[in-house]
Design a protein around this ligand. Structure first.
Ligand code: ZN
Length: 454
């Protein structure tokens, strides 16, 4: 029997922009279970709309994949041991572990505010220290890494494909890496671009025992290890902010492909745009940020509930979305007559355009509306009366407002979600006799009682 997911997929082919191939590629997971890894936060300070954009975008993706019938296994990590945490903890005189816990809790509350579907696994980097040792040992044994004074480094020039994700020329790699956590002057490195897999304990730092002495892991090895530990050596989708492409994700690939023999490590690399605000990338260091728990302004607070109020600012702020279509919505927003549904509708269309391209966006809007916008169904069963003795099932779905069109009705039936008096319907053109009282059910949620007119 053909799975509902496949039917749905055939009717509705999703394209994703893959940073590795730099084009929109038809999304075809290896199985019915889609594996997704999203780089999580380093919990040392507040999270803002810039961070949230990544998690909300991936939330849309997860919900959409699940809606189309796939099972999604979603892992999001917490980088709980990192230079930034240790620096901040020393600055404010708080224990690094307590600081990390405090901001992780804060982040979880923010995600609850945003109503995102929680990841299936939310591991800390420090959960898999011994697994990191195993991966580092494989890299050493295969000749891609070297040890020096209790540190272990990846030797970049040993692996020629390095750079295949970012496409950065060798001369541009070092300045970018230096801005993002690299220490080029580390005297133990053979080359300034080599990156750390394991670092020897420095005074007062937390440390774990290892084959190379006490120390702690490098940032990049944490994500490679967590992704492969929970999802395997080759995963469907890996996502994160676009500023992680280099060096973080480039290094993740380099740590996996030479030793697992599985290529590609990640089949679809999805990167979310940087949120811009006041002309610059939104960032804590520049101070130009809006916290997730802040209300963007009075108007949003009055007319929209969370997370509706957050949707507009995302699209206003991100740099590569055409804002002209939003002008009318913005106008409405500033007048008294505001309908939050318009905003969600626009979100639906924008997201669908991102995933599918322009052509499908109109069709898909209806579907997205069903997933994201549909109001809570009434507790009471709705009653409909028909004056015919028989009725075709696709017509019946339209009459009861369960489907908006015949194609919509067919899609619902093909997904296997429609039943009448407990019996599943598989043929959309089936003629059914109208009983005195008949219960129509779509999925677990929607009911209609249909009676015959006397
Ligand atoms: Zn990561």
């Amino acid at each position: 029997m053909v799975k509902a997911a496949q039917i749905w997929y055939a009717a509705f082919r999703m394209k994703l922009y893959n940073s590795l191939t730099q084009d929109q590629t038809l999304f075809t997971p290896v199985g019915d279970d889609v594996t997704l890894y999203v780089c999580g936060i380093t919990p040392y300070d507040t999270t803002h709309l810039g961070h949230a954009f990544t998690y909300v975008t991936n939330d849309n993706l997860v919900r959409y994949l699940e809606y189309t019938g796939y099972t999604v296994t979603y892992v999001q990590n917490v980088t709980d041991i990192d230079d930034d945490i240790l620096r901040k903890a020393a600055e404010i005189g708080e224990d690094w572990w307590a600081l990390g816990n405090r901001w992780t809790r804060h982040f979880i509350d923010d995600l609850i505010t945003l109503n995102v579907r929680p990841p299936d696994f939310f591991p800390r980097a420090s959960d898999v220290v011994s697994e990191m040792h195993t991966l580092i040992q494989s890299l050493l044994a295969a000749g891609y890494a070297y040890e020096s004074a209790g540190n272990v480094y990846f030797q970049v020039d040993k692996w020629p494909p390095f750079g295949k994700l970012s496409k950065l020329p060798a001369t541009e790699m070092l300045p970018v890496a230096n801005e993002r956590g690299n220490f080029p002057d580390d005297p133990h490195k053979r080359d300034p671009l080599d990156f750390v897999l394991w670092q020897a304990q420095k005074g007062g730092e937390p440390a774990w025992e290892s084959p190379w002495g006490k120390g702690r892991p490098g940032w990049h090895i944490e994500c490679s290890t967590l992704a492969s530990h929970y999802l395997g050596d080759s995963i469907d989708i890996h996502s994160g902010g676009a500023d992680l492409i280099f060096p973080h994700h480039e290094c993740e690939i380099a740590q996996m492909e030479p030793v697992t023999g599985r290529e590609p490590f990640v089949r679809y690399w999805l990167h979310t745009a940087m949120v811009r605000y006041q002309g610059e990338k939104m960032s804590k260091s520049l101070g130009n940020y809006i916290g997730i728990d802040e209300t963007p302004n009075e108007t949003y607070g009055k007319v929209m509930s969370i997370p509706d109020k957050l949707i507009y600012p995302y699209f206003e702020l991100i740099s590569d979305v055409d804002l002209s279509e939003l002008a009318e919505i913005k106008h409405k927003l500033n007048s008294a007559d505001v309908n939050p549904r318009d905003l969600k509708k626009h979100l639906a269309r924008t997201v669908v355009r991102m995933y599918h391209g322009e052509k499908s966006s109109k069709d898909a809007e209806t579907e997205f509306e069903r997933i994201f916008v549909q109001k809570k169904l009434p507790d009471q069963i709705e009653e409909f009366t028909l004056d015919a003795a028989t009725c075709r099932i696709d017509d019946l779905l339209i009459i009861t407002k369960t489907a908006s069109s015949k194609s919509d009705a067919r899609r619902l039936i093909q997904q296997g979600g429609v039943s009448i008096d407990g019996e599943k319907i598989s043929d959309p053109f089936m003629e059914i006799g109208i009983n005195r009282e008949m219960i129509l059910k779509v999925g677990k949620r929607k009911f209609a009682k249909i009676s015959v007119k006397n």
